[in-house]
Design a protein around this ligand. Structure first.
Ligand code: SF4
Length: 353
């Protein structure tokens, strides 16, 4: 008789992890799901900031999937400095953008292992598919993640299991290898067919699309900050405040050490207000309504004027000859700059990060 086991499922709510979950459950294995908050999750960041720019509120797909499948889920916050340090110094390097996917997976698997041991579970499984992503799901990388996380033989990828060496739960008779998958590559035809057989009609975009670190525009801001710190002779590091600000507003590189951030919505203006002070100057139009802006770094007189001119172009006074901008320094000193809104589109775009 087949041995009954318990497993920890790493789910995103996407199609692949939902199918992996269905496959393992179909074998009578008890499953508890986990999902991680890294601090770079797009939907969760939008939720914490009060919704998308269009006013809608995204849902956490992993929690939604767990509710739909009536499965227990633990939501684990790994967004601390330890995770940030990994993002800054990934042993396996970055993907196409600022995404250190291999190191990130190792980091998550180590946390998942702790849950597995605490829960007395036999193995962990994911919706990973061999060869689906160019770097993080290559055969050698899947093996490196398994080995470095200390999960040798206890990390199962049910969708590709038949193409990988037999895992411990397969050897122990908890999982029947014959009923696991042999899917590989980027195509999704087989997964979609399987979803049809299982009656799954709706699933969100692939998991990679929900991480800011894979986003090109976010990555530009990420590497720009590191470049700025190096230019200023500061440690090459970022903190939680930097991460929040990277996901807020339009960013402009005024000089190697001075940056301007302009709010795009009421919610973003509110966020920027809370970060003004200690090391950042706060700017806002006095003569017209318009966004709030922050300036990081010590600006020269010319740089102040340029920042004020750019801010002026995003407010109600953008078509007026001049706009009064209030500049409040971190030490509380206030001055008013009267500037013409910047009308040179090409110049503004050149400064945009
Ligand atoms: S996409 Fe983001 S969350 Fe997913 S593995 Fe890569 S870095 Fe980690």
């Amino acid at each position: 008789m087949k041995k009954q086991g318990k497993a920890i499922a790493m789910i995103s709510g996407g199609l692949d992890s939902t199918l992996a979950l269905a496959m393992v459950r179909a074998q009578g294995v008890e499953v508890k799901a986990i999902n991680f908050y890294t601090g770079f999750c797009i939907t969760e960041t939008q939720r914490r900031k009060g919704g998308r720019q269009d006013g809608t509120m995204p849902q956490n797909e992993a929690l939604r999937a767990a509710a739909d499948l009536e499965i227990e889920i633990e939501y684990i916050d790994i967004s601390g400095q330890q995770y940030l340090d990994m993002v800054l110094n990934p042993k396996y390097g970055y993907g196409a953008n600022a995404n250190p996917c291999v190191d990130c997976r190792i980091f998550m698997m180590k946390k998942a292992k702790e849950v597995m041991e605490r829960e007395g579970a036999d193995f962990i499984f994911t919706g990973e598919v061999l060869g689906q992503r160019p770097k993080s799901q290559r055969r050698d990388t899947l093996w490196a993640i398994e080995k470095e996380s200390g999960l040798k033989g206890r990390l199962v990828r049910p969708l590709s299991a038949k193409l990988l060496p037999p895992s411990i739960p397969e050897q122990e008779g908890i999982l029947d290898r014959a009923r696991l998958g042999d899917i590989s590559g980027r195509g999704r035809t087989r997964q979609i067919a399987m979803a049809g057989e299982l009656g799954l009609a709706d699933w969100p975009q692939p998991a990679g699309g929900c991480c800011f670190l894979t986003d090109e525009s976010f990555s530009r801001k990420f590497f720009d900050i590191l470049g700025q710190r190096e230019a200023a002779g500061e440690p090459r590091t970022i903190d939680r405040d930097d991460v929040v600000l990277m996901t807020t507003g339009r960013h402009f590189r005024i000089s190697p050490t001075v940056k301007l951030i302009v709010g795009r919505t009421e919610v973003e203006n509110g966020t920027l207000e809370t970060y003004a002070g200690a090391t950042r100057a706060r700017l806002a139009a006095r003569s017209h309504t318009g966004p709030v802006a922050l300036v990081e770094g010590v600006a020269t007189w010319e740089e102040r004027l340029l920042a004020a001119r750019i801010l002026a172009r995003y407010g109600k006074g953008k078509d007026q000859p001049t706009v009064e901008i209030e500049w409040r320094d971190p030490d509380g000193g206030v001055e008013t700059l009267v500037v013409e809104p910047e009308r040179d589109e090409a110049r503004v775009e050149q400064l945009r990060i």
